[in-house]
Write a protein that binds this ligand. Structure first.
Ligand code: G6P
Length: 611
């Protein structure tokens, strides 16, 4: 939520920052701004996308070797030019960019107003930079000390970067709760919310830890804690390649990421699965498998699409491991005084590894003695680091705001965790275990087979692009797929869609069905097949327009459907990895046909770092 970029070095700061902001736009796109040192400290900012900022500053001579930039997802104050970051201090000698929320900003603001400060924006961020300057001036502190002291009095989450008109060689950054990566080049430094703006220039990075302050002064990087204890920067080498964050010939990141799934699933399985020897190993959780085997209960916490992955995992874990599972929205769980006992295992699922509610939920569970297993995509992310153990999904950077390849990789990892625990616990037969391993290995090819139907799905999209409502129905493991299909559609095409367990339909949604209503059935051949056939009949009888996702060779449901998408036969527990693919493509094509911004849907952000 909000992207920040800063640069100091021999390059043109404006270019580095604008390019970086475009890479971070998935984090928010309500407004964008940049501060540069060119004949003084100048801030340029504009409501809307980074391209609008670019247009606005185009033609102005803005040469600067230092600068900070921001792309915003609005929290305090509506999206407009004034509330856009960077924000000036009272003297306009300091500027700040900020990702996060300062919770005690109104008390600080009142204090500053009493001292004569005047604010131009409605943001919490402007209060923070005034506060920093006030501390600096009243105590005659160096800027880094003023930042440090200010942050000791701030409640909330932040990643900030501050620059000063008076010191052209100084950048100060700090983080608590929101991510910040520092890139170290030759005589140059980069700072950003994630590594994507940096990777083009250097692969050597330092992930700033919570409650740390980084000071880049005269070409040197120093890191200290908020308590003023120096720490040694831990420089890591990034493994990400530039092409992983570019569109590679696809019209949108979302489409590229949908089509990448055979590869991302393969990457997820690589080095972990060996069918010939019957080996399945997840190095990251090895030490904790026993804890899971003996767990009285597994609690899964997540948000959004990751929560849907958790629902699928519930079916798998209960089926194969015979351990009770509860799947919780992280935001509900953390505010409910949940009952957590020692012996409970919490699995946190998060693509970004930065979702504020999921992070807070695991901190709470950890404090109550639970073991935390993280399933994250972003290496080194906050949730990954806050977990006792975990497995990365290795799907590669996901840039489209609507999650696709991260979801299927999450399901792949969760199924591996489940199988490892079930085998150790003795709740799965050797034969079933082997069949599941074979199926895991076959998944990339089966997903590829579904992707081949892209053109057919495009035709289907054309037929229904003007619908105003959609219903998605599924049973068992395909119920969470129905939820995910509906979420994908509403996120990017703004068509109202609901996912429902097919049998529950008759307790309400059936009232919505008329001859206009598209109803998508995820009705693959599984243990509830006969039951879902009846549900299809019920919709048909009310003249609903049936679109069905069925197992190849099905002879019954196609006869009752207006449109049919066939998917290959897959072991029931792994079917969601395949049956979700046509739904991703359907929502993608509908959104494109409706002229929607697929990669950056309105009001959404990829990484929700506010509560
Ligand atoms: C946002 C994104 C979703 C994502 C959810 C959880 O809402 O737009 O795509 O599923 O956050 O994010 P996480 O990174 O924790 O999986």
């Amino acid at each position: 939520m909000c992207g920040i970029v800063a640069y100091i070095g021999h390059r043109d700061a404006q270019q580095v920052i604008i390019k970086g902001l475009k890479r971070l736009e998935y984090r928010g796109y309500d407004s964008a701004g940049i501060a540069l040192l060119n004949n003084g400290l100048n801030v340029y900012k504009k409501k809307g996308k980074v391209s609008e900022l670019e247009e606005y500053i185009n033609g102005q001579p803005l040469t600067s070797h230092i600068g900070i930039g921001h792309t915003r997802w609005a929290t305090h104050g509506e999206p407009n030019d004034t509330n856009a970051h960077p924000h000036y201090s009272a003297s306009k000698k300091l500027a700040i960019i900020h990702n996060g929320i300062i919770e005690n900003y109104s008390a600080l603001k009142q204090e500053l107003i009493n001292k004569g400060h005047r604010f131009v924006s409605e943001t919490d961020t402007e209060v923070l930079i005034h506060f920093i300057e006030d501390i600096q001036q009243s105590n005659n502190y160096p800027l880094d000390e003023a930042v440090r002291v200010a942050l000791t009095q701030v409640i909330g989450a932040y990643a900030i970067v501050v620059m000063s008109a008076e010191n052209p060689d100084l950048l100060i950054a700090a983080r608590k709760g929101s991510p910040l990566v520092i890139g170290i080049g030759k005589d140059e430094f980069f700072m950003a919310s994630d590594a994507t703006p940096i990777i083009e220039y250097t692969k050597d990075v330092v992930y700033l830890n919570d409650q740390e302050i980084a000071v880049i002064d005269n070409g040197e990087l120093r890191i200290k804690t908020i308590e003023d204890a120096p720490t040694t920067p831990y420089i890591q080498r990034l493994e990400m390649e530039l092409e992983a964050i570019e569109k590679g010939g696809f019209e949108h990141f979302m489409l590229k990421e949908i089509f990448e799934q055979p590869r991302s699933i393969k990457d997820c399985l690589r080095g972990r699965l060996d069918v010939s020897s019957g080996r399945l190993v997840l190095g990251g959780i090895r030490e904790y498998v026993n804890k899971m085997v003996h767990a009285d209960r597994i609690i899964i916490v997540a948000c959004g699409t990751s929560w849907h992955a958790g629902l699928v995992a519930e079916y798998m874990i209960e089926e194969f491991c015979r351990i009770p599972v509860e799947v919780e929205y992280a935001s509900e769980f953390r505010y409910r005084n949940p009952i957590i006992r020692e012996g409970d295992v919490v699995i946190a699922i998060s693509q970004s590894g930065e979702t504020a509610d999921t992070l807070a939920a695991i901190e709470l569970a950890k404090a109550k003695g639970a073991i935390i297993i993280g399933v994250c995509n972003v290496v080194g992310s906050s949730i990954a680091r806050a977990s006792h153990a975990g497995s990365y999904t290795h799907a590669g950077p996901e840039i489209g705001v609507a999650s696709t390849k991260a979801f299927t990789a999450q399901l792949t990892v969760l199924s591996m965790i489940c199988l490892i625990v079930a085998q150790k616990k003795g709740t799965i037969t050797e034969r079933k275990f082997h069949e599941m391993l074979v199926e895991l290995e076959n998944l990339p090819a089966k997903v590829e087979e579904v992707l081949k139907q892209n053109d057919k799905i495009k035709e289907l999209a054309y037929t229904f692009k003007d619908a105003t409502n959609f219903l998605y129905l599924g049973r068992g493991c395909n119920f969470p797929v129905a939820l995910e299909g509906a979420l994908k559609l509403k996120e990017i095409s703004y068509i109202h869609a609901e996912g429902y367990p097919a049998a529950e339909m008759k307790h309400g949604p059936i009232a919505l069905i008329d001859e206009e209503m598209p109803v998508v059935f995820i009705a693959t051949h599984d243990s509830s097949y006969e039951k879902i056939v009846s549900n299809v009949q019920e919709v048909k009888a009310r003249k609903g327009r049936v679109i069905s996702v069925v197992t190849k060779g099905d002879e019954l449901i196609p006869g009752m459907s207006e449109f049919v998408i066939e998917v290959p036969a897959v072991q029931e527990a792994l079917m969601p990895i395949v049956s979700v693919i046509p739904l991703q493509l359907l929502s993608y094509h509908i959104a494109v046909m409706r002229g929607c911004n697929v990669d950056q849907p309105r009001n959404l952000a990829k990484s929700v770092t506010v509560e």
